[in-house]
Design a protein. Structure first.
Length: 115
C-alpha cells in the first residue's frame, strides 16, 4: 500500500517520493520552528512523535508558484520542536519528480467516479 500525504486540496504519493529521495544527499538543513504554524493543519499522531528518529532527512517538493513544501517528515518536525532541535536535514525533489508524485492539486484534479 502506498503512503500518501494530504494538505488542503493537495496530495502526494510519499512512497514514490521516498524512492526518488533514497540515496540522495540532503540539500541543506531547515529550522523546524519556521514550519510550526502548519502543524495545527496536519494530522500528527502524538504517540508517534517520540518514536520517530531525527536522522532521516525530510522530503520537500517545489510547489508551483509557491516554493518548497514538506511532504514527508512532519512527525520529525514535531519531535524536533518538542526536543529543541534547531535544524533538520532536507532532500528537495525536482519539479518533475514532484509532479509525478502529486496525486492531485493545482493542475491535477482527483478522479471522480460517476454512478
Amino acid at each position: 500500500m502506498n503512503e500518501a500525504f494530504h494538505f488542503l486540496a493537495w496530495s502526494w504519493n510519499v512512497t514514490a517520493a521516498k524512492s526518488y529521495a533514497t540515496g540522495r544527499k540532503p540539500i541543506g538543513r531547515l529550522a523546524p520552528e519556521v514550519w510550526r504554524g502548519y502543524l495545527s493543519a496536519i494530522l500528527i499522531e502524538d504517540a508517534r512523535i517520540e518514536a520517530v528518529g531525527l536522522s532521516l532527512p525530510l522530503i520537500a517538493v517545489p510547489i508551483p508558484n509557491a516554493g518548497p513544501f514538506i511532504i514527508d517528515g512532519w512527525h520529525r518536525i514535531a519531535r524536533a520542536l518538542r526536543n529543541g532541535v534547531p535544524k533538520l536535514q532536507v532532500v528537495l525533489l525536482t519539479a518533475e519528480e514532484e509532479y509525478t508524485c502529486r496525486i492531485h492539486g493545482y493542475d491535477k484534479v482527483p478522479a471522480v467516479r460517476i454512478r
